[in-house]
Design a protein around this ligand. Structure first.
Ligand code: HAM
Length: 430
């Protein structure tokens, strides 16, 4: 037996039914906000992420050399690839530019429930907007997307990394290492980094700061702790709260000075969305404003975005008891006897051409075995094709949920089956 690689999954039809409905909700939400889809490649040059994603991601990368000795990496996220694409191809496009991506990403992490080495992200970026408007649009889209995907119980925690960076009067690289230690709540590492940077005096302040979480009062307390540093950032967060109210988002928001984020490119507002139903890996999404374009040779441009872990959204919607999407197979055709098989295949082909999803017996089972099979594959209807009924131009149509059965003219089958499928328009055939 050959096992799957550790941290990967075979996504089953039942799982994918939920996954695809989450994906469809995300696409609708992003497009309703005017975002357009872009898809960078699955593997990228190592240098795209090297030292840019930061110490957290760097050691988790699937890095390898191709046959020509190029250093490549399986994308651990979309943002860097999208910004590379922007700098190379879209620099002169009208601003703002709003882009979303959906696909698998790869991180060499310790697998557990909700944490995989291959997982799916839905990632959105807005480039070239005004700070407050773009940040609010970003948080609003993240919250809307999660809600539209059927997950109701979430908490959105909003912080600001810019004031922390301003407070740490050390070069960017050292800031990133200190922030990484804070993000991991690794106080030993924090102590060592601060010691190395000659900043041990700020240690108590940092520790108190990251435990501040709550309403607007948190901003005043944090501002006092930082002794007035980062006043702009606090004003920005107050403005953000007002703006989110204009989007109708008033519930489930908290300020949280402990939101540090695992990636090193953030520079301003940061946020994370958590589900209370997921145990340890409860972060379903996160993002913030960041600086990447200049690292890839472009002009600085105000950039904000987020990514949502689609696998965790599937888990959260299951945990909240959201119903599974309905079965996808409309009908299963059961030929009764050899003499009607050809006609049964013809009926199947005609129904399929109307857009209905139709399967037919391929092994020559008897009717009752076939009905068991129709049940097992969750067909909505069974179409029993028998000689007697066919003589009158009819078939027997059985509702697989209720067991009710009645005769229907072959010519009317498509419109009867398509009744609750308005997009098919009740097409008729003969
Ligand atoms: P991130 O927080 O690293 O941000 O990942 C986003 C989401 O991906 C997380 O909130 C989580 O739901 C999910 N996720 C992360 N690791 C795993 C894993 N091993 N297994 C399953 N799900 C996981 C980013 O990737 C940034 N690019 C977001 C962003 C976009 N910032 C600005 N623009």
């Amino acid at each position: 037996m050959i096992e799957r690689p550790r941290g990967t999954r075979d996504l089953t039809p039942a799982y994918l039914a939920r996954h695809r409905s989450v994906e469809a909700a995300f696409r609708r939400a992003a497009e309703s906000f005017g975002y357009r889809e872009v898809l960078p490649p699955t593997f990228e040059p190592l240098e795209l992420f090297h030292a840019k994603a930061g110490p957290g991601i760097e050691k988790e990368m699937y890095a390898f050399q191709d046959k020509a000795g190029r250093d490549l990496v399986l994308r651990p996220e979309f943002t860097a690839g999208v910004l590379r694409h922007y700098v190379n191809e879209l620099r002169n496009a009208p601003k703002p530019i709003k882009l979303y991506s959906i696909g698998p990403v790869f991180r060499y992490e310790e697998p557990q429930m909700g944490r995989y080495r291959e997982f799916w992200q839905y990632s959105c970026e807005v480039l070239g907007g005004a700070a407050l408007d773009a940040d609010a649009e970003t948080v609003a889209l993240a919250v809307r997307s999660i809600r539209d995907a059927g997950v109701r119980q979430t908490e959105t925690r909003i912080g600001h990394i810019g004031m922390l960076r301003a407070y740490l009067k050390v070069p960017r690289e050292a800031q990133n290492r200190i922030l990484h230690a804070l993000d991991k709540r690794n106080f030993e590492m924090l102590h060592a980094e601060l010691d190395g940077a000659g900043q041990l005096d700020v240690e108590p302040t940092l520790k108190s700061l990251i435990s501040l979480r709550g309403g607007q009062e948190v901003l005043g307390k944090a501002s006092d702790l930082l002794g007035g540093v980062g006043a702009e950032g606090f004003d920005h967060l107050r403005g953000l709260l007002d703006r989110l109210a204009a989007y109708g988002i008033r519930e489930g928001l908290v300020f949280d000075m402990g939101v540090i984020r695992g990636l090193a490119y953030y520079t301003g507002m940061v946020f994370q969305v958590h589900s209370p139903n997921l145990g340890a890996e409860d972060q379903v999404g996160g993002g913030g404003s960041y600086a990447l374009a200049e690292l890839f040779g472009g002009e600085p441009i105000f950039s904000t975005g987020f990514a949502i872990g689609m696998d965790r959204i599937v888990l959260a919607s299951e945990a909240e008891g959201a119903p599974a999407p309905p079965p996808t197979l409309d009908a299963y055709v059961v030929p009764i006897g050899e003499s009607v098989r050809a006609r049964a295949f013809e009926i199947t082909a005609n129904l399929r051409s109307t857009g209905l999803r139709v399967d037919i017996d391929l092994v020559g089972r008897g009717p009752s075995k076939n009905l068991d099979y129709a049940n097992a594959i969750r067909a909505r209807w069974a179409i029993l094709v028998g000689e007697k009924e066919l003589a009158n131009g009819n078939v027997a149509l059985r509702n697989m949920e209720t067991g009710e059965q009645r005769e229907v003219a072959v010519a009317e089958l498509a419109s009867v089956l398509g009744m609750d499928k308005p997009h098919l328009g009740g097409v008729e055939f003969h």
